[in-house]
Design a protein around this ligand. Structure first.
Ligand SMILES: [Zn+2]
Length: 324
């Protein structure tokens, strides 16, 4: 495989290891590939009649038990290459994925259609779909964290304009900034309840903001650095950038993946990338921003206990001095 720079910090070259695979849901949504379940495979085997009858009987017997039904429903994954950056530790897919491919993965994100597609491959997602990103305790915990984290750092008096990039319905805008001129940019047409915020799918070229946040967005992007570079054109001089991503593996797992340890595996699903404090800080710094604070915290979301990594950066200049 040719040498490529890190999609997160731009350092070159990344290491490639055969330790990643695409989940069946992603294979279907992005590539239009529908992996057979074990049950379907047994039914489709090109065999003599007696052998086919034996397999059919085997399938019927398994189908009588919950564990057997789970076994029959199992769908294979497709192996692919993991890219690991030796500079910042970022981990993500090595394969080129076009914007349209990724668009297929997230179209109608978390809408009933998306949930139904996903539950077809992952029955366990049915319990999570109604609460993820919406559970009262999750909203409270995340807001309390972000307000506490940003409070000592932001010059709140100087911030007049706020952009929540990929912000859905705008639930996670810090409470202390809600009475500013808030814009929520998202492609999801149905995530717009009555709200004091302005919702849009695009920004005008010269539009600038004093505070921009990307919460739980970067892990979904194939090229986070390139995307963020475009977003920073909209950050005013002296403005702040707040980034928040999930922390999904143990430090030992992340180290194993960075070394190409064959015992550790990255299942590429809704989240393409794995972050930690070092890689998140490196992303902003590589684009010329000054890191103000970075931390990993544990949050109790009601339905699960999760960890997130938060980083806040400031761009050079003074708030309120952008040329109109
Ligand atoms: Zn890197």
């Amino acid at each position: 495989m040719r040498e490529v720079p890190c999609a997160n910090c731009g350092a070159a070259p990344v290491h490639h290891y055969p330790t990643a695979s695409y989940a069946p849901f992603l294979l279907d949504r992005v590539f239009g590939i529908q992996p057979e379940s074990l049950g379907e495979r047994l039914g489709a085997a090109d065999l003599a009649r007696t052998q086919r009858a034996t397999l059919w009987l085997f399938r019927c017997i398994l189908g009588c038990f919950p564990l057997g039904r789970r076994f029959l429903g199992y769908r294979g994954r497709a192996r692919t290459i993991l890219a690991a950056c030796p500079e910042c530790g970022f981990l993500g897919p090595a394969a080129e994925l076009a914007e349209t491919d990724i668009g297929n993965l997230y179209r109608d994100y978390r809408s009933p259609g998306y949930n139904a597609d996903r539950i077809r491959y992952e029955p366990e997602y049915a319990a999570l779909a109604p609460v993820i990103g919406r559970h009262g305790q999750e909203v409270r915990e995340r807001l309390s964290h972000v307000d506490g984290f940003l409070g000592p750092i932001l010059d709140c008096e100087g911030i007049r304009t706020v952009l929540d990039w990929g912000g859905g319905d705008g639930s996670f805008i810090p409470v202390r900034l809600r009475n500013r001129a808030v814009t929520v940019l998202d492609l999801c047409e149905d995530a717009r309840p009555p709200s004091p915020y302005r919702f849009t799918a695009t920004l005008a070229p010269g539009e600038g903001f004093d505070y921009i946040q990307l919460c739980h967005v970067l892990e979904h992007l194939r090229y986070p650095r390139k995307e963020l570079e475009g977003i920073l054109c909209h950050l005013n001089p002296g403005g702040y950038l707040y980034l928040e991503v999930p922390y999904e593996r143990t430090p030992e797992d992340l180290e194993g993946l960075r070394r190409g340890d064959p015992r550790v595996h990255h299942l590429i699903h809704e989240h393409l990338n794995l972050y930690d404090e070092t890689s998140l800080a490196a992303l902003g710094r590589s684009l010329g921003l000054r890191l103000e604070a970075c931390a990993r915290v544990k949050l109790e979301c009601g339905y699960a206990s999760v960890q997130t990594v938060s980083a806040v950066f400031q761009v050079a200049g003074r708030l309120g001095t952008r040329a109109e």
